[in-house]
Design a protein around this ligand. Structure first.
Ligand code: GTP
Ligand code: SPV
Ligand code: MN
Length: 601
């Protein structure tokens, strides 16, 4: 094994070489291959996957250079139950994470990793999260036995030889170890989607390592994404005084040609990709995209917070995406060079999913590989089926996407999927009130993680599954950032596109119409919009939200935007319960809860 690793290694990074050798000795692959991220490599891998019958090449006229995968039906989402934060003390992982002692976890997983790559190749995938020419580039190397992961990492990160070269001989990097956990015995046939019923997604924030086993699904397997850019990076950010957040980044230009940057944190499958690429329905406003899932925010020399998207592609929820909801996502994927997972396949070799078009195709092959017709009563695409597509294909990508300094943030939105209580938009009084809004953020669970869907749970800053350390320390970190940043910090708002009528229909039309809320947010910053103070924050005064041309009844508008004291009185005990569960909540946030209670009484 040593010979294979040493001979063709395109680096002299001694720590990397030693680690590759160590992992190869443990996992025992048939070969080790260093990935360069080139187009030739992509072609080689995708050709191979198609030849093996693992991937389907889509019709070149519809989606050039694009590939379709069906996963094992049990491997379709993040596995939060099997996600661990392994810190020296249990307190390090806090009250919201699964904890394991690092040594114990390494022992358990070491046994699983022993020989787990037999019959496969181990790929060495160097990557950088964020621009490689940043002052302090954040490198990672993923060792994986999955070709699907390699080609996905090419889309999602700055992957390959440039990242490896920039790592030099001694730059620090996050060690990301991944195996599908499915060795191939001599003479055995591989399966289309190798994985294992035993899964572990383990993080060692103190030593900046990730060990993932048993799954090929996005958030479990593309380790640059949630594992690194949120769980490990949030721990780095805590130590280094910045923020790693589950946020989209968008740039908004007003009719006066003034630019603003808005970041927004919504839980998984709650509208980040859609808002990030929004096509405003109100005249004079334009949106450009910087990111749809993760924002790293650091203080600039002027004391403001600057946001960078560490990713290089979109891993978007397919169902619900169409020209009527997110035309810019459709334009992005139509340029091709994309991967589609667990959607349905048309008879013409193109992809389809629920609500992509208003009329359903007459016949499809569904995500299980079964023949599907509109009357069979089943969803053709899995609710968490995804497209993986390069960000530079987005027609409205901001010119600042590759700017290593990032863009100065004017406003932060927190949001969730709540059928009641939470108004369409509310502005916080100040940073700590905004941090309280974030800390108490709640949402109905979605198909992005395994488990029940539609259950309301607290999801602080939409980071519940992604905080790589103690959630109370994380919340204190937000309070500390407030003290450090003072009045140069972004204003914080709360939004809810998902409030429902008594009949169960969404009150607010959402999607492009959310531009009206963005306009109100900017007008608040400019002192141009009237608001009414409520215990939940400042909500639009009558007439201050632009509803020109919006087809919505007065009643629905009122119901979508209203503050309802009765609903909030029922919310308070739920927040108290949440704070009790957290235990050691920062005093500044407990004070906010007291203020809320006083204001309600
Ligand atoms: P992750 O990638 O899991 O982090 O999800 P996300 O937050 O990027 O969510 P995304 O934008 O992909 O939206 C998830 C689902 O919510 C899709 O089915 C969308 O069609 C739907 N959705 C997004 N925005 C809106 C909205 O404004 N109103 C309504 N009703 N649905 C929306
Ligand atoms: C999410 O679940 O929030 C996602 C998809 O963005 S995953 O990469 O699986 O985390
Ligand atoms: Mn996400």
């Amino acid at each position: 094994m040593t010979a294979i690793v040493g001979q063709n290694a395109p680096t002299k990074h001694s720590e990397l070489l030693a680690w590759v050798e160590e992992v190869a000795a443990l996992t025992k692959p048939d070969a080790v291959r260093w990935c360069d991220g080139s187009d030739a490599e992509w072609k080689e891998f995708t050709d191979l996957l198609v030849d093996r019958g693992v991937a389907t090449r889509l019709n070149d006229e519809a989606k050039p250079n694009s590939f379709y995968f069906r996963s094992d039906p049990t491997d379709v989402a993040r596995v939060e139950d099997q996600t661990f934060i392994c810190t020296e003390t249990e307190d390090g992982a806090g009250p919201t994470n699964n904890w394991s002692d690092p040594a114990e976890m390494k022992q358990t997983m070491g046994k699983l990793y022993d020989g787990c790559m037999k019959g496969r190749t181990m790929f060495v995938v160097p990557f950088c999260m964020g621009p490689i020419d940043a002052d302090d580039p954040k490198f990672g190397v993923e060792l994986t036995d999955s070709e699907y992961v390699v080609i996905s990492m090419k889309i999602m990160t700055r992957m390959g030889k440039d990242a490896l070269a920039a790592m030099g001989t001694d730059k620090p990097f996050v060690k990301c170890l991944h195996s599908v956990g499915h060795p191939i015995a001599d003479g055995e046939q591989d399966v289309a989607w190798p994985c294992n019923d035993t899964k572990y997604i383990s993080h060692f924030p103190e030593t900046r390592e990730i060990w993932s086993y048993g799954s090929g699904y996005g958030g479990n397997a593309l380790l640059g994404k949630k594992c690194y850019a949120l769980r490990i990076a949030s721990a780095m950010a805590h130590d280094e005084g910045w923020l790693a957040e589950h946020m989209l980044i968008l740039e908004l230009t007003s009719p006066e040609n003034k630019k603003y940057v808005v970041c927004a944190a919504f839980p998984s499958a709650c509208g980040k990709t859609n808002l990030a690429m929004l096509e405003p329905t109100i005249p004079g406003w334009t949106v450009k995209t910087l990111g749809d899932d993760i924002a790293w925010m650091r203080f600039g020399e002027d004391g403001r917070l600057y946001a960078v998207n560490p990713e290089n592609g979109f891993f978007g929820v397919a169902p619900g995406t169409g020209y009527h909801t997110n035309p810019n996502a459709m334009r992005t994927i139509e340029k091709g060079n994309s991967i589609f997972t667990n959607v349905a396949l048309t008879d013409h070799g193109d992809v389809w999913w629920e609500e992509m078009t208003s009329t359903k195709p007459k016949h499809l092959t569904d995500w299980h590989g079964k023949s599907w017709t509109p009357d069979n009563g089943e969803k053709a695409a899995h609710p968490n089926s995804r497209f993986t597509t390069p960000i530079d294909q987005c027609p409205i990508l901001s010119e600042d996407f590759n700017n290593p300094k990032g863009v100065p943030v004017d406003a932060i939105l927190f949001g969730g999927r709540r059928a009641s209580t939470i108004p369409l938009v509310a502005q916080s009084r100040d940073w700590n009130h905004g941090a309280f809004m974030g800390a108490t953020c709640s949402s109905e669970t979605t198909a992005a993680a395994t488990g029940a869907v539609g259950v309301v749970r607290r999801d602080p800053m939409a980071m519940l599954p992604f905080i790589g350390y103690n959630a109370n320390d994380y919340l204190q970190h937000w309070v500390n950032i407030g003290e450090k940043g003072g009045d140069k910090l972004p204003a914080i708002f709360f939004v809810n596109w998902f409030r429902k009528s008594d009949q169960g229909k969404f009150l607010w039309p959402g999607f492009g119409e959310n531009s009206r809320v963005l306009e109100w947010v900017i007008n608040r910053l400019e002192g141009k919009a009237e608001a009414v103070d409520t215990p939940a924050g400042a909500i639009p005064a009558e007439g201050s939200l632009n509803v020109d041309g919006l087809s919505l009844t007065e009643e629905d508008l009122a119901a979508a935007t209203r503050f309802n004291a009765e609903e909030w009185k029922q919310e308070v005990p739920l927040i108290e319960e949440w704070f009790d569960k957290l235990g050691d909540v920062p005093q500044a946030l407990r004070d906010e809860l007291d203020t809320l209670k006083q204001n309600l009484s």
